[in-house]
Design a protein around this ligand. Structure first.
Ligand code: AP5
Length: 194
């Protein structure tokens, strides 16, 4: 399944809960890029400036990351994509990868949140990290956040109607409490089994 939504919509929060519930891994391209940056790999070095300035990393880079990751053993019974696909080209590439594996998407969950609320969530996350002595994401700076939101509106929002046309889209009100959002997702997923 795919979790779609703007930065701060709650994709990572919900993906972590779904991992525990369904025992399948969370494949977050953002987390994977940050790990590559921290490790100083060639992918990380190439992505660093783009990620830290709120711009999208080139499609071929993230498609390559996902192509390798879905071949790993823990992904053989399914996986939750968080932050991928983010462009139509990535969505097309995912479709090809899944078709090659003979696998179909079960659901695409869109977390819908008023854009005016997103910056508050991101600032709160940054404050909490600071208070806990943890590193604050460079792209959680308010100015960079604007660029992340622009990138979402320009390149990623169009992925929503792409999956709507495919009949896979489930829209969830992401303005509810974290628990209520989890329950709403689980309800949608349990309806797929019936
Ligand atoms: P990525 O790491 O994917 O970041 P993002 O999409 O901008 O999303 P966030 O992680 O900030 O938010 P989230 O929706 O996961 O929300 P969260 O659960 O954390 O990408 C980072 C960068 O990597 C991109 O800008 C790009 O450069 C690059 N990149 C990644 N993937 C790429 C791709 N496919 N193609 C190209 N480039 C790519 O929640 C946020 C906060 O809100 C938390 O504090 C949380 O506790 C709180 N919260 C969550 N839900 C609720 C709720 N219901 N009520 C109140 N608070 C809530």
């Amino acid at each position: 399944m795919i979790l779609l939504g703007p930065p701060g919509a709650g994709k990572g929060t919900q993906a972590a809960r779904l991992v525990a519930r369904y025992n399948i891994p969370q494949l977050s391209t953002g987390d994977m890029l940050r790990a590559a940056m921290a490790a100083g790999t060639p992918v990380g070095l190439a992505a660093k400036e783009l990620v830290e300035s709120g711009k999208l990393v080139p499609d071929d880079v993230v498609v390559g990351i996902i192509r390798d990751r879905i071949e790993e053993k823990d992904a053989e019974n399914g996986f939750i994509l968080d932050g991928f696909p983010r462009t139509i080209a990535q969505a097309d590439a995912l479709g090809e990868m899944l078709a090659e594996k003979g696998v179909a998407l079960d659901a695409v969950i869109e977390l819908r949140v008023d854009q005016s609320k997103l910056v508050d969530r991101i600032m709160k996350r940054a404050e909490e990290a600071k208070a806990a002595g943890q590193p604050v994401r460079k792209d959680d700076d308010p100015e960079v956040f604007k660029d992340r939101l622009d990138a979402f509106n320009r390149d990623t929002a169009i992925v929503v109607p792409y999956y709507e046309k495919a009949g896979l889209l489930k829209v969830i009100d992401g303005m509810q409490s974290i628990d209520a959002v989890t329950q709403a997702i689980e309800l949608e997923l349990s309806a797929l089994d019936e």
